[in-house]
Design a protein around this ligand. Structure first.
Ligand code: FES
Length: 101
């Protein structure tokens, strides 16, 4: 199995039982998944996007976590924010304006 260099996790608020009841889902995080998938392909990034359950940071939602860097981003609710984060991954840096402190 080829493992991606970057693994991007986007909270889709799933809870035990499968119901997406949390903040990130209510802010339509899952609707951004196709955009992220397409951007990864268009940019030729060695990255994988995975929708997750609640990451226990609901106050900052929608939440995105990038591994292996361990960067946590909040208010990931627009294509512009995603572009900033993907740009940072490609540049080997951080999208500081969107980091959760
Ligand atoms: S619902 Fe996304 S962090 Fe809790």
């Amino acid at each position: 199995m080829d493992k991606p260099t970057h693994h991007i996790f986007l909270c889709a608020s799933f809870r035990a039982g499968g119901d997406p009841k949390g903040t990130c889902s209510k802010k339509n995080s899952a609707e951004l998944l196709p955009y992220i998938e397409n951007e990864i392909l268009d940019r030729g990034m060695d990255a994988q996007i995975t929708a997750t359950g609640c990451m226990k940071a609901c106050d900052y939602g929608p939440v995105m976590v990038v591994h292996p860097q361990g960067h946590w981003y909040g208010s990931v609710d627009s294509e512009e924010t995603i572009d900033d984060i993907l740009d940072a991954i490609e540049d080997g840096g951080t999208a500081a304006a969107h980091l959760i402190d």
